[in-house]
Design a binder for this molecule. Structure first.
Ligand SMILES: [Zn+2]
Length: 95
């Protein structure tokens, strides 16, 4: 299986591309999530919000993976997802 990487916030003005775990359909406490999808990222960018985080202007915790405006291919959909199916391109919301 291919490696999964992300840009990780290490503290004010410090980021690094790191190997990260593949996502799972569960919340941080381990509870299964049925109303979400997992995307294989096709395209992404770093936006102004990420720059505020990197510069220490937010409460972003260290270890947070940056980047949130992406387009991807759905590789897994929860059982409660009605209108998006696997292999659909899906842009995430821009903020
Ligand atoms: Zn944004």
């Amino acid at each position: 299986m291919a490696e999964n990487t992300g840009v990780v916030f290490l503290g004010q003005n410090r980021v690094e591309v790191q190997s990260i775990d593949f996502p799972k359909m569960q919340n941080p406490t381990g509870k299964k999530i049925n109303h979400a999808v997992i995307l294989k990222v096709v395209s992404t960018n770093i936006c102004g919000s990420d720059q505020h985080m990197v510069r220490g202007r937010t409460t972003a915790p260290t270890g947070m993976v940056l980047g949130h405006e992406i387009t991807g291919e759905i590789i897994e959909a929860g059982s409660d997802v009605e209108y998006l199916k696997s292999a659909t391109s899906s842009p995430s919301p821009s903020t």
